[in-house]
Design a protein around this ligand. Structure first.
Ligand code: APR
Ligand code: ZN
Length: 256
């Protein structure tokens, strides 16, 4: 494992690795969105330093847990709506448009990869997306506007207009089953790539955190770009230590 702390060196190395890649994959965590004003989870002051996760079973069983979950969605929605894609998002979208990156696997639910121009068929949202909601029973969609209006009017967590089932933001909570189709797409991407860039993740939450290791096992070059040490630095070929936006900036400038 080679660790690079110098910005110019990190930029040059990332540029060389990308230029030499045939089928690259970018894997992102919350650290990619902090420069857009959205806090991550495990940095000092991050989301989990302020509150505990709401587990899926609690959402199903307890109205107070559901109300707290919706309260948090409402808060996060304001942050997401105010955020704009940053340099790293633009660089990643440029790498997709130039054909170098064949898939973006993200743990993020903020929708910033879509808004930066990554097309749906290249984006794999392992933990869902907080910009829409759906019924847990029949799958019927519900807009966040309708969900919040329901909450406001009744004081209760929103129920499906079609079947009366529980409605939840379309994100994967702790204890909730992972989306099968996205997991299959991510497995294929990790298996087929020759360069796997993991950016802005502490790499502690599985099964998502298994994909960098899977790519490495399949012979890809694994690059971790992160401010702090991660659980998988030892497994990486290169660790680029620093601010993601600064490290990705040359790639954003050269984006098509
Ligand atoms: N530049 C470089 N690194 C950064 C930056 C930045 N601007 N901002 C944050 N980081 C790094 C932090 O050092 C941290 O190691 O990004 C990492 C973010 O790690 P986490 O907060 O643990 O976020 P993530 O890995 O995406 O969490 C995974 O956990 O709570 C669940 O579902 C949630 O998808 C999330 C999952
Ligand atoms: Zn329903």
């Amino acid at each position: 494992m080679t660790t690079v702390d110098d910005l110019a060196e990190a930029r040059a190395l990332l540029g060389d690795l990308v230029a030499g890649a045939g089928r690259a994959v970018v894997f992102t965590g919350a650290g990619v969105s902090t420069e857009s004003g959205i806090p991550d989870f495990r940095s000092p002051g991050g989301i989990w330093s302020q509150r505990q996760p709401i587990y899926f079973d609690d959402f199903l069983a307890d109205e107070d847990a559901r109300l707290e979950d919706w309260h948090r969605r409402f808060e996060m929605r304001k942050l997401f709506d105010a955020a704009t894609p940053n340099t790293a998002h633009r660089a990643i979208a440029g790498l997709v448009q130039s054909g170098i990156v064949g898939a973006v696997i993200t743990q993020n639910i903020d929708g910033l990869h879509q808004r930066s121009g990554v097309p749906e068929d290249k984006l794999i949202e392992l933990h869902g997306n907080a910009t829409s909601a759906g019924c847990l029973d029949c799958g019927a969609g519900m807009s966040l506007d309708d969900a919040f209006a329901e909450l406001e009017a009744s004081g209760h967590a929103p129920r499906c207009f079609t079947c009366g089932g529980l409605v939840k933001a379309r994100v994967v909570s702790f204890g909730q089953p992972m989306p099968v189709h996205e997991m299959g797409r991510a497995e294929a991407a990790a298996r087929d790539c020759d360069l796997f860039i993991a950016a802005g993740s502490s790499l502690v939450v599985y099964p998502a955190a298994g994909f960098p290791l899977a790519a490495r096992m399949n012979g890809a070059t694994l690059v971790i770009v992160n401010r702090d040490a991660t659980e998988q630095d030892q497994a990486a070929d290169y660790v680029l230590r620093g601010t993601i936006g600064a490290i990705f900036e040359p790639l954003a400038v050269s984006a098509p």
